[in-house]
Ligand binder design. Sequence first.
Ligand code: CS2
Length: 480
Amino acid sequence: MRALSQTVLDDRAVPPSLHLPDYPRSALVPGVLHLGLGAFHRAHQAVVFDALLQAGDTRWGVLGVAMRSTELADALARQDGLYTLQIASAEGRRWQLVGAVLDTCVAAREPDRVTAAIAAPATRWLTLTVTEKAYGPVLAAQLVAGLAARHAAGLGGLTIASCDNLSGNGGKLRQLCLDTAAALDTVLAQWIESHCAFPDSMVDRIVPAATAQHREDAARMTGLDDACALGTEAFWEWVIERHFVDPADGAALAAAGVQVVEDVRPFEEAKLRMLNGSHTAIALMGAVMGLPTVADCVANADIRWFVHHLMTDIVMPQLQRPGLPAYRDALLARFANPDLRHKVHQIASDSSLKIPLRWLPTLQTRLAAGADVEPLAFGAAVWMRYLLAEDEQGQPYAISDPAGERLQAIARRHRGDAPATVAALLRQPAIWGEALLANPRWVSSVGFWLERIQALGLGAALAQFKAGHATHLNTEHGNT
Ligand code: CS2
């Protein structure tokens, strides 16, 4: 079987039904530098840029930078940046050969190449999907080194768009860069401030890590071997703040389906708290119960009920995005997509960094108002059970989280003692903030559910939660 490459594409040795990059890829110079080359970028921003290139706007070719791991960057380079994307929804499967990634490199291996690319005259945009944990000094130093070179070369500024699941992602990245630059050179910091734009953005598409199955499916469909094949859903959203170095970019992106808005916040809050907040709850439950994928989890009627309740009664009241009930229903349908096979352990990774972004704002607002937070207490208890690193069938699993070892040691030290576990694991200000530990209602509710999970198992504890909720509603409405 031939391996996917530009030559194969030029020979037209591909099935006619495949959506192909029909633009002169070899003649293009990258206008976009992407940091964090992985599945998400390839199924999201790169597809938008592919559409812009397809429409004849030659400025959106990508140099894809993997931060550390070399495998994907090198495999993609061997196939000239090309890869097959499987798009699966209830309407069936579509296939697309994405051509926007023109070249790749690895930041840890070739830091100078990244600096040079930031300072290249053709570079106009820098996009990032580097994950929550990367927003620190290493990233800032890399960006500022490139921007310093760009400034020294007398070039214009860049639009730098964080596409990570952080609230106010653009503002956070801007502050990080400005602080780092100011410590080196105030003139540089001023130049970044006045010449670069850091729009906030909300990105959404469920993109599970690529597997051998994607490669096999792609081979069956295209007759080609693609070591970088991956799969996603049909749904995608990119909502970005209207704040660009070149104001005309707003119209260009909008033509490709991106929503360009004055204020991203309502979209970002809805996405982080509804989609990602539910994802974290589902993933932790699935890990403990030994359910491998998100679809397996929402096929369980009690988990599905829990997620619906969490979104409707706990999360939605604080949100402003229009059309929330339809947004929720669409999310539940997306979670149930059987083709995605989205692994719960992938989502459960880095939970100590995700919980503060996904659950905490809802929790803090509602606790302050004396409102119901029971589902989040249940979620917190599940997280504590998850930290034992062993599912209910006794299967061990790895916890991939920068704080994982420390948290797991705490959970194991207090194993079986719910009040002690809760006291120790809530005393983590980076995760839960300072104030929550002093809230007796919250502490006792987490403790209650952890004790139930230990005594009954998660499935039965969840059934009790659901039954209790029904009784509570009946009492509230006066029918006993
Ligand atoms: C997921 C996200 O892995 C995770 O934490 O919640 O990657 C999620 O699939 C995307 O944000 C969907 O847009």
